[in-house]
Design a protein. Structure first.
Length: 168
């Protein structure tokens, strides 16, 4: 599966520029897919909260580690200080959006779902998104180390070699 890193122009803020990934053959980016699925599933309130965190991180705070959940090699939203209002549904841990925090000014927003188990790897909803986010994070980290991807902090850009393919 070949993935393309794409900027999200509507989420290019003063402190952080957000990107996503689009897989070959897919019309939407992973983040757009998350937004659509969660809105259609009746999770508008929690989706609004995640969008508010993205907005605040981009405009006010910067993408520092304390604003993201540790999800192995990847990261997640909402932040660890988020207070989830308990639902009446057993084993409901709220929405999770997986992402990759490359620097305090660049974040790749991926996909996610409603978490139904304490551990993401055991949740049927989140497991595929969690595993893909971690695999992508490892591939991107290695590509940065190999010089195939560069981070321009000043411009908040991800620069990719012409012949580089991000494959999973």
């Amino acid at each position: 599966m070949i993935a393309e890193l794409i900027p999200i122009p509507a989420l290019a803020f003063k402190k952080v520029h957000f990107y996503s990934v689009r897989y070959e053959g897919k019309a939407d980016s992973e983040f757009r897919d998350f937004q659509i699925r969660m809105a259609e599933s009746g999770h508008e309130h929690e989706l609004g909260e995640i969008n508010r965190y993205i907005d605040n991180i981009g405009k006010r705070f910067g993408a520092y580690r304390n604003h993201f959940r540790d999800e192995g090699a990847a990261d997640g939203l909402p932040p660890p200080y988020h207070q989830f209002i308990e639902s009446d549904v057993p084993d409901d841990y709220g929405l999770r959006l997986y992402c990759i925090r490359l620097s305090p000014s660049i974040v790749i927003l991926l996909n996610g779902d409603r978490k139904t188990q304490q551990k993401a790897g055991l949740c049927a909803n989140c497991k595929p998104h969690f595993e893909r986010a971690n695999a992508l994070a490892k591939k991107i980290t290695q590509a940065i180390l190999d010089g195939d991807i560069e981070i321009d902090e000043e411009e908040k850009e991800i620069l990719v070699d012409e012949d580089f393919e991000l494959t999973l």
